[in-house]
Design a protein around this ligand. Structure first.
Ligand SMILES: [Zn+2]
Length: 334
């Protein structure tokens, strides 16, 4: 097997172990890192984050992919401390969560420019460091896939082809168009997770089957955002679901034999940056959700596939074709 970029350097794919494919150390809207309140909360943030990831580690968890893209709380030096203290590998993403969070500076840039930005973060480093991204994030804005989202999708696909890292998306709304865009840019859909397919927004069980049939991965990656957890102080977010309903949805895909086309994760924030989040942790994946799957008859082999084999396959950098980026750059410069 090949290599995977983590924030402490590249590791062999076999070393990933049990991996949660869509998590966050902390996500906040662009500008969150300039809020003095964030800095005030820093010691608390570190304590809570370490507790949650240590718990995940104690349960056997070894790796998380942090799907916080550029400008929404991604903080490499802080994450390195967290990774060293907890022993959890962290794979960082380049890209943007969605068009909504693309910083103004980048909004008018071309597809080629953005592809080059992502390529740089994967092959050279993030924000002046030599820490390389191991995956690319892109996503759908509120209200549906828009022109800016599409530009980021095409750039993400080009950088994925050039470097061999996978793409994880935010929201499965307009899933068919998302997949079309990737294919138009020459990216094989087995390098793509269509994320948040279990979220309440745009829920469509038939779509899960289309994603699987086209060869992409269905991201059941908002596990633990349960309607039941809402309180008067912190209501459940609008994407929350009743627990049993989510489990039914996942089991429907598995019963059809598509266990090999799914990933499971929590989209939990160890510490949400400036927004109210229900108490939620990546540990829930192993502590609650996996036992629930097993109660419904999911085998140990399938659990291993979901948590170890599929993440390793996705995260292993595959057949990089850097010449494609070079050709695009030359075309722009000419
Ligand atoms: Zn997320």
């Amino acid at each position: 097997m090949g290599k995977v970029n983590t924030i402490l350097g590249p590791i062999a794919a076999e070393q990933l172990g049990i991996t949660a494919m869509h998590e966050h150390i902390g996500f906040g809207l662009p500008g969150c890192d300039l809020d003095t309140k964030w800095w005030e909360a820093r010691p608390k943030m570190l304590e809570v984050t370490i507790d949650k990831l240590k718990h995940f580690r104690e349960l056997g968890g070894q790796t998380i992919v942090d799907c916080t893209g550029i400008g929404t709380g991604r903080d490499i030096s802080y994450w390195q401390v967290v990774s060293r203290v907890t022993g959890v590998n962290i794979v960082a993403c380049t890209g943007f969560v969605s068009g909504d969070t693309v910083l103004p500076y980048f909004r008018d840039k071309s597809i080629e420019y953005l592809a080059d930005l992502f390529y740089h973060e994967i092959t050279v480093g993030i924000e002046g460091t030599n820490v390389k991204a191991g995956a690319i994030k892109c996503g759908v804005s509120r209200g549906g896939l828009n022109e800016l989202d599409e530009k980021v999708y095409r750039a993400a696909a080009r950088a994925a082809v050039a470097t061999g890292v996978p793409i994880l998306t935010h929201l499965s709304i307009n899933a068919d168009r998302q997949m079309d865009l990737f294919e138009m840019e020459g990216l094989s859909l087995d390098r793509v997770v269509i994320g948040h397919s279990d979220g309440k927004e745009g829920l469509d069980p038939a779509r899960d089957f289309r994603i699987a049939e086209r060869g992409a991965y269905v991201g059941y990656d908002t596990i633990g955002f349960d309607t039941e957890k809402g309180t008067p102080e912190v209501p459940a977010p609008f994407w929350a679901r009743p627990r049993a309903e989510r489990l039914d949805q996942v089991m429907d895909l598995f019963k059809a034999g598509y266990e090999n086309r799914a990933i499971i994760s929590c989209d939990a924030n160890c510490f949400a940056l400036g927004w109210a989040s229900t108490e939620h942790s990546v540990a829930e994946l192993l502590e609650v959700f996996v036992p629930e799957l097993q109660e419904r008859g999911v085998s140990d082999e399938t659990v291993e596939l979901l948590l170890v084999d599929t993440p390793a396959k996705l995260l292993t950098m595959r057949d990089p074709q850097p010449n494609l980026i070079k050709a695009a750059k030359e075309a722009v410069e000419a």
